[in-house]
Design a protein around this ligand. Sequence first.
Ligand SMILES: [Zn+2]
Length: 198
Amino acid sequence: MISSGMATIRISLPRVDVAPAQAPGPCPDCWRTDSIRWGTRGKPVRDPFLQTVVVHRFRCASCHVFFSHYPEGTDEHSDQTDRMRLLTQIVWCLTPSIRQAVEVLRELGCQVGRTTILKNVEQIKGPYGAYTYGSPSLKRPDFFLAADALVVAVSDEDVANWCERLIVLSENLSTEIADEPPTPLITVEIEGDAESAM
Ligand SMILES: [Zn+2]
């Protein structure tokens, strides 16, 4: 429970599918669309909720090139899901040190080391990018994971400061935090009644 004098900030996290929900795109080589399903495989992922996702393999019927089709929120370049990457970036932005960021993420069920966090943070442009971020003088928030959001509990005196940080962060993320957000990205609730969305 959130005690009085506290506010909660709810930050929507990107959806991650267990398996591809849509048909694959065109062949990456010849751009034709007559590919044939050629099996599936499991891909281990780093994510707060999933350990493995299903990747579909296709073979182009025209040029016979094989290619993989990944579920939403995952890709071939990383074992982190989009949700995981964003989570590390937000936690980094809201904790006073990298050591505490690792701790918070571990409490949320995410085993990521500082190297991964710093690599993710390098993708943030602007004031909260890697190594330029100083310790905030505000009290560290408490973090909770909901199915589709990160919930951050802060004192209501600090809520405006934290929201400002989050808005700047979301404007500077290269991982498309704002790419078709399903709901308002950041929702603030103060002492259970006043509610506003940004
Ligand atoms: Zn082809």
